[in-house]
Design a protein around this ligand. Structure first.
Ligand code: UDP
Length: 235
């Protein structure tokens, strides 16, 4: 295996499957099956889950809601997704812990770095919910932060597109995909990989990011074995 410890970032929207809102149980069980294949190879897996399928802070604020209040709702949405993902993983026989950045002790463990790392060493999947615990941040920032904290080798950003293109492949049929690109080139070309806060945190800490299509069964395992799929961003 190319990596020993990975941080998988899944957006909230990825959990919707074909729906317009909420959680598709079929999609969750497909993800669980893919995660199990990787876990069975001995690779340690931490996951940061988004909340955009339920609520986004900026969307609430754009309709007049207080931004901080709205972001609190967004963070709770990520906890809901985390619980759903935990349920699907455990259903697939994967021991899983959910740790949250905001304390909800009856529901999940609080984020404790050393405990998270211990879970990983014992072969448990650790899901980080609640983002960073702070408003005005995203779960991409949470993914980078947690990846650095737990000393993950790489961030795997599972999306519905198969990598980073020089234009939006869903709008421009001439768009060309990069296999590898540097952090500097992403910024220079104005490409969207993550929000700038998340992206520069990854760059400053020399943490590579791989963007790949998570919706193709087996892709997660292929990435972890080092097969060239998706786009790798590094120095
Ligand atoms: N959020 C936040 N702080 C964080 C992470 C998330 O306030 O550290 C809130 C924010 O309102 C955001 C929502 O949670 O819109 C859902 O997260 P995100 O938009 O990153 O989810 P994704 O796009 O990955 O589904």
């Amino acid at each position: 295996m190319k990596y020993k410890r990975i941080l998988l970032k899944l957006s909230g929207e990825s959990l919707m499957g074909d729906r317009q809102y909420g959680i598709d149980p079929k999609r969750l069980s497909e993800y669980a099956a893919d995660i199990k294949k990787v876990l069975d190879t001995g690779v340690q897996i931490a996951i940061v889950i988004g909340g955009g399928n339920i609520f986004r802070g900026v969307a609430g604020a754009s309709k007049g809601m207080d931004r901080v209040q709205s972001d609190h709702m967004g963070m709770l949405a990520t906890v809901i997704n985390g619980l759903a993902l935990q349920d699907a993983l455990e259903d697939a026989g994967i021991p899983t812990r959910l740790q949250t950045a905001i304390k909800i002790n009856e529901v999940a463990e609080p984020f404790i770095r050393r405990r998270a790392m211990r879970h990983l060493e014992k072969g448990r999947v650790v899901i980080f919910g609640g983002g960073t615990g702070n408003p005005y941040f995203t779960t991409d920032s949470a993914a980078v932060l947690r990846a650095i904290e737990i000393e993950a080798d790489v961030i795997l950003k599972g999306t519905r597109v198969d990598g980073i293109y020089n234009a939006d492949p869903e709008k421009d049929s001439d768009a060309v995909k990069y296999d590898h690109i540097s952090f500097d080139d992403v910024l220079r070309k104005g490409l969207k990989v993550m929000d700038t806060t998340a992206f520069t945190l990854s760059q400053e800490n020399e943490l590579p990011i791989i963007v790949f299509d998570m919706n193709k069964p087996g892709n997660l395992l292929r990435v972890v074995t080092g097969e060239q799929i998706g786009t790798t961003v590094n120095l």
